[in-house]
Design a protein around this ligand. Structure first.
Ligand code: GDP
Length: 196
C-alpha cells in the first residue's frame, strides 16, 4: 500500500467522542518510549505527523489520523505502571480500554514491544487483558536496528514462549526499525488485508 495522504483529524477524550465514521480503524499502543510516534511517522512518511498526539494535553487522548481517505490510524495513550500500586499493576488509560473493548470499526490493534528487552510483565499483563477482549491484535517488535537479527529473533521467540500460556492463540509478530525502514511494508500489508 502506498500512503498518499495522512491527516490528523481529532483527539477524543471518550468513546462517545470518537469520530462518527465507519472507516476501519487500526490502533497502535505500547509502553511509553517504545517507539510508537516514530513508527507512525515512518508508516505515514511524515516527519512529524505523530507530533500532534505528543503535544501537551493530547498524550492521554485517543488521536485519530485519516490515511488515504479510507482508513484510520489511531494513536492510543501508552500504558505504564500504577505509581501507587503495591503490587506492580499495569496502569491503563480507561478511555483506551473502553475504546478497545467497544469500538465496532476497530479492525486490529498493533501492540509495540521493545525488541531489546526480555519479556516485561507490563506488556504481558496488557496482552493478556487484550486477548480477553477478542479484538484481533499483532505484535510489532521495535528498534531492530539496535541489535543483531539473531538477537531480535531470540528475543521474539522468548517473548512468544512466555506469552503462550496466557492467550488462546499466539498473535502474529512483526518487526520494525525507523532507522532502516524494516517492517513498514509488512505493517501496511497487514492493514491493507483488512481495510475494506
Ligand atoms: P514513543 O514514546 O513510544 O512515542 O517513542 P518515540 O517514537 O518518541 O521514540 C522513543 C525514542 O526511541 C526516541 O529517542 C526515538 O528516536 C527512538 N527510536 C524509536 N524508534 C526507533 C528505532 O526503530 N530505532 C532506533 N535506533 N531508535 C528508535
Amino acid at each position: 500500500m502506498q500512503i498518499k495522504s495522512a491527516e490528523f483529524i481529532t483527539s477524543a477524550s471518550s468513546l462517545a467522542d470518537c469520530p462518527a465514521w465507519e472507516y476501519p480503524e487500526f490502533a497502535f499502543i505500547g509502553r511509553s518510549n517504545v517507539g510508537k510516534s516514530s513508527m507512525i511517522n515512518l508508516l505515514a512518511r511524515r516527519e512529524s505527523l505523530a507530533k500532534v498526539s505528543a503535544t501537551p494535553g493530547k498524550t492521554r487522548l485517543l488521536n485519530f489520523f485519516l490515511m488515504n481517505k479510507s482508513w484510520s490510524l489511531v494513536d492510543l495513550p501508552g500504558y505504564g505502571f500504577a505509581k501507587a500500586a503495591k503490587n506492580e499493576k499495569f496502569d491503563f488509560n480507561e478511555r483506551a480500554g473502553d475504546y478497545l473493548e467497544n469500538r465496532p470499526n476497530l479492525r486490529r490493534v498493533f501492540t509495540l514491544i521493545d525488541s531489546r528487552h526480555p519479556p516485561q510483565r507490563i506488556d504481558l499483563d496488557f496482552l493478556t487483558w487484550l486477548g480477553g477482549t477478542g479484538v484481533p491484535f499483532s505484535l510489532v517488535f521495535t528498534k531492530t536496528d539496535k541489535q543483531s537479527p539473531a538477537k531480535t529473533r531470540a528475543s521474539i521467540a522468548l517473548f512468544m514462549e512466555t506469552l503462550a500460556p496466557q492467550v488462546s492463540a499466539l498473535p502474529a509478530a512483526l518487526t520494525s526499525s525507523t532507522k532502516t525502514g524494516d517492517g513498514r511494508k509488512d505493517i501496511l500489508r497487514a492493514i491493507s488485508r483488512e481495510d475494506a
